[in-house]
Ligand binder design. Structure first.
Ligand SMILES: C[S@@+](CC[C@H](N)C(=O)[O-])C[C@H]1O[C@@H](n2cnc3c(N)ncnc32)[C@H](O)[C@@H]1O
Length: 234
């Protein structure tokens, strides 16, 4: 295995709390919440118009692939492809009988030939960006892979003040009991890894790589955002 892919896998295992199996289980259990009515309404408003029989939909960082499984049941006429790197996510995805393919790649620096130019109708990146070391290279490559008018649905956590993060974690705003230094170090690492961008950072990255913004909505009481962006037609 190339060193870079192994390094990425080591990073992802650390980011996923050192326990990939548990992270994959959490992704399976959180599927309904992460693809709820708010998501489905946004998807149908901004992705559906782009889809016709044979259209290609790509889920970037697809995890165990439940979104693609659902889409394969409701829209079997679509071509569905997931991209993923973590072995524990890939294992869970292959346990079931899916009507989609998965390509293994590092989305920090995906090979240009992962997809043909102008071949993707809709791409989804649901909580992928905060796990990337940087998302600009992917945004540039995706711009080439999307058809003119092709849509990216981007969903991710956005930066929240440290105070509200801690209050949310502890369930209280005063910390009177003695704290454990190792647990606090892990908590702060978690904060910095999950609070990387403001929504205006994501909008700036999209603008710099040539996308038009179709919609930008705060979700989860402002702790996350869903953005629809498009490769311009001309
Ligand atoms: C928070 S999970 C979300 C999974 C799925 N999109 C969902 O909504 O359930 C992010 C996924 O992106 C994958 N991922 C993160 N960085 C990646 C990279 N550089 N290349 C490929 N996949 C990556 C992780 O392994 C993980 O499965």
């Amino acid at each position: 295995m190339p060193d870079a892919l192994q390094e990425l896998r080591d990073y992802l295992t650390r980011h996923h709390g050192g326990d990939g199996e548990r992270a994959a289980t959490r992704a399976l259990e959180g599927h309904e919440r992460n693809h709820d009515d708010v998501f489905r309404r946004f998807w149908s408003e901004h992705a559906n118009a782009q889809l016709a029989p044979g259209s290609r939909v790509v889920d970037l960082g697809c995890g165990p692939g439940l979104f693609l499984r659902d889409l394969s049941l409701t829209s079997p006429e679509l071509e569905l492809i997931g991209v993923e790197a973590a072995p524990y996510m890939l294992e869970r995805a292959s346990r079931e009988d899916y009507e989609f393919n998965i390509r293994v790649a590092d989305l920090n620096d995906p090979p240009a030939e992962l997809f043909d130019s102008n071949s993707i109708d809709v791409a989804l990146a649901n909580r992928l960006f905060h796990e990337l070391h940087q998302p600009l290279v992917l945004l540039q490559k995706l711009h080439a892979w999307l058809k003119p008018g092709g849509v990216l649905i981007l969903i991710d956590m956005v930066r929240q003040p440290l105070g509200s993060f801690l209050t949310h974690k502890f369930g209280q705003d005063r910390l009177d009991e003695a704290l454990d230094a190792r647990e606090m170090a892990a908590l702060f690492e978690d904060y910095f890894e999950h609070n990387r961008y403001h929504d205006y950072d994501l909008l700036a990255l999209l603008a710099m790589t040539g996308y038009e913004i179709l919609a930008d909505e705060p979700i989860r009481s402002g702790r996350a955002v869903q953005i629809a962006a498009r490769k311009p037609v001309n």
